[in-house]
Each structure stands twice: as C-alpha cells, then as structure tokens.
Design a protein around this ligand. Structure first.
Ligand SMILES: *Cc1c(COP(=O)(O)O)cnc(C)c1O
Length: 420
C-alpha cells in the first residue's frame, strides 16, 4: 500500500498534488511519501512479532537520503550500512551507533577503524582475514569488536543475476562448509566478540522458498556451532523481500514472510536481525517527469521524458519494469515506447507498452522508484543530479538539491600545462 493516489483526476503524494511539486522544484524529481515509509516500517515490524526477539536494521543503500533515515529512525529502525559514507549518514540521522550493522564485502582497514571509533553494534565479516584485521584493530584499542560471520548458503534466490548474492560463485560470504572451522579459528581472537552468523541471499525475491531453504541451512549451522562449543546469540537473516512493480504482481507479504521466519527459527533461541531495504522504500517513492516530445517511431511513438537512465538506472541495469502513468490522465490510451534523453539505446524505460496517452508538457511518474532510484543516480551526459522531495501530509520539502552541471564542472580543473 502507498499514498500516491488520484484525487479529482490528478495524482497526489498524500495531500500534495504532484503538479505543485513540479512547478516548485522542476522535473525530473523523486517524490517520497512519509506516511508510506512509516506504514511499511510498521507493517514489517508487526509481521515479525511472531518471530520473537528481533532487531531491524534498514538497509540504507536502498534509499540513503538523510530525511528518509530520520523518518525510519523515528520508527525505531537501526541501519545496515555498507560503507563509511553510509555510516556517517546513519549517525547524522540520529541512529545510535549501537543500532548500526556494517555489511559489505570490501570494508577497508580505514573503514573498520572508523566504525570501531564510532562504536557500531555489529560487523558482518565477509572473510577470515577481515576478522583477523578487525580483531587486531579492536585489541589495540582494548576492545572486543561485536561481529557475526556472513555465510554463503549456496541457494539460488531465483532473482535477477545481478542482485543474486547467495550462490557459491557469488562474491559474498564464506562457504557454508568452511564456516565451522573458520568460526573456531576466529573465536580465539581476544579482539573479537563473535556472536553468530549472517546471510543475505539476494534482492527482489518473489518467492519465499529459497529464503526458507537458506534459513534451514543456517539453522543446521547454528546447531553445529553450538555442538562445537560456541555461544550463538545472534543470527542476521538479511533483507531481500521483493515488492510489486507491475500491476497484478503478487509477492509474498511481510506477514507471509514473518510467519515463515517464525516457523523456520522457532527453536533457534537467538536475537534475530533483519536488513530490509526495498520492502520499506520501494513503493514509498515515485520519479516525477515531464514529457519533452512525442516522437513518431517506426512501430510505436517514442515518448521522450526528461528523466533518464542516469536518474533511474534500474531499467538499464536490471531490465527492471517500472510502471508509468500520467499525473492527470485523460482516459485515453496509447501504445508507446518510453525513453529518456541520454545518448544510449539502453536509456529506454519501456518498449511497446500500453500507457496513458500523453503529449509534450504532460507530467508522468515512474512508480515504485523509492528504492535503488536516486541513490544510483549519476550525472552522465552532464545532466543535473536529480533532486528529492519528501511529502508529509499537505507539506513538502526538498530533501536533496538538484546539483547542476556547473557545480560539477566547478570541481574539475585544467592542469597548468594545458592552460592557455
Ligand atoms: C542490499 C542488502 C540488503 C537489502 O536488500 P533489499 O533487497 O533491499 O531488502 C540487506 N543486506 C545486505 C547485506 C545487502 O547487501
């Protein structure tokens, strides 16, 4: 459920008409709904009530805007971060360091030290050497770093190859059959407080079966680790729950997921950690765009919009589907391709799609753009970096400025020897 609805024929974000935002801020622009973020945060939390002791760490990479993080901090969410930059954002948003989980396959030694200085709550180790380095850094400070070992359970999550992370050939986690021996060795370091294990098998999961299979393997691993004499107090089950992108898409609900988790983990007796990203942010945002031209095509016309692959990369990167609707539909339909202005054929959002009829100057939105949208934006083709707006009831604020090409240009320079 989300709060982007038509009122009197015009799409609103909560109580704000989208044309008012386009007028004030220009297009393209991401528009987020506070009420939708809050609702998703609450639904996900409620869904996990049957699972017992639970800690929720929002996966910041889905949407790291500091205002969004503030809303989720208000809802009691911690943060899952994958870089020192994300950690700084979480701290800036008021998320306590102890509620921050540091994931990521390539944490640098500098980032590990920064995170120790900040006192973050959990390091998710990706390889043995990382554990050794972290232990040494912590020991030198007279501390023990709280950590879990990320395991690769070797299951096929059944999602797009580029967002699948839990097969043995993927770069993430340590092979599950080596986990006990590695845990043994790492647990001997004074500088580590090794509390358990973590997994995250992929994103936009449309089926609970691979997750359930992975959780079953983790359950066996927990039993093996305990049999080997280890105290296991935490298991981090990652994120990955999918969201509907296409009208008619049916996905497992958070409640289905919570029931499965409760079933799969019933006898684990641990604190469960979760790292939801997309399921919190996906439907809480749209990308608002203006039609520049409707260009006749050979088969269908091209609707050329002012948003492009540099603003919303998911279509070019993952062959993703984003629903496109007019902000003020007339009731007429057209068969069209939708593309942006970037000089790449990949800058095409849809081919041969039945959409609301639009013409130059009309506004439209790409729906379900709240996750992995603005955060992946670039300035390719020397386009501006896309701004973000947060709506709350009948008010809205720009929460990330449009960064213009001249600002980017100002950070570049011609070296002395090329000056004339
Ligand atoms: C990306 C990521 C997540 C969030 O994934 P979603 O599919 O957005 O829920 C959680 N944990 C880790 C380690 C990740 O890399």
């Amino acid at each position: 459920m989300n709060h982007f609805d038509y009122r009197d024929g015009v799409m609103h974000a909560e109580d704000v008409a989208l044309p008012a935002i386009a007028e004030a801020v220009g297009t393209p622009v991401y528009v987020y709904s506070t009420a939708t973020f809050r609702r998703h945060a609450q639904v996900f939390r409620d869904a996990l009530k049957p699972a017992g002791r639970v800690h929720l760490a929002y996966a910041i990479k889905a949407n790291p805007n500091v205002a969004v993080l503030r809303v989720l901090a208000d809802e009691g969410y911690g943060a899952d971060v994958v870089s020192a930059g994300e950690m700084q954002r979480a701290l800036a948003a008021g998320i306590p360091a102890s509620d921050i989980v540091f994931s990521g396959v390539g944490k640098t030694r500098g980032e590990l030290a920064q995170a120790l200085d900040a006192g973050i709550g959990q390091f998710n180790l990706e390889l043995e050497e990382e554990g050794e380095v972290l232990a040494a850094l912590a020991h030198a400070r007279g501390e023990r770093a709280p950590a879990v070992l990320r395991v690769n359970p070797d299951v096929d999550a059944g999602t797009h190859a580029k967002i699948s992370t839990g097969r043995k050939e993927n770069k993430f986690g340590v092979a599950i059959d080596q986990a006990v021996a590695m845990f043994d060795r790492l647990s001997k370091h004074d500088g580590l407080d090794l509390r358990g294990v973590a997994i995250h098998i992929g994103s936009q999961l449309a089926d609970l079966a691979p997750l359930e299979a992975a959780y079953a393997r983790i359950g066996e691993l927990v039993a093996e680790l305990r049999a080997a004499g280890h105290r296991i107090s935490r298991v981090d089950l990652g994120g990955g729950l999918g969201v509907p992108y296409k009208p008619g898409d049916v996905l497992p609900s958070p409640a289905d997921y919570g029931a499965m988790v409760a079933r799969a983990t019933a006898d684990w007796d641990v604190e469960l950690m979760f790292e939801p990203g997309r399921v919190i942010a996906g439907n809480a945002g749209v990308l608002l765009t203006e039609v520049i031209w409707v260009k006749p095509g050979v088969v269908n016309p091209y609707v050329i919009v002012d948003a492009a692959m540099n603003d919303l990369a998911r279509v070019a990167m993952y062959d993703a589907y984003h629903d496109f609707v007019a902000v003020a539909p007339t009731g007429e339909r057209m068969m069209a391709n939708i593309a942006g202005p970037v000089c790449e054929t990949g800058d095409t959002f849809a081919m041969g799609r039945d959409i609301d009829a639009v013409k130059s100057g009309d506004l439209g939105v790409f729906r379900t753009a709240g996750a992995y949208g603005a955060t992946m934006a670039s300035t390719y083709n020397s386009r501006a970096l896309v701004p973000e707006v947060l709506v709350d009831g009948d008010r809205f604020a720009v929460v990330a400025d449009r960064i213009h090409p001249e600002t980017i240009l100002a950070a570049e320079r011609v070296p002395e020897w090329l000056k004339r």
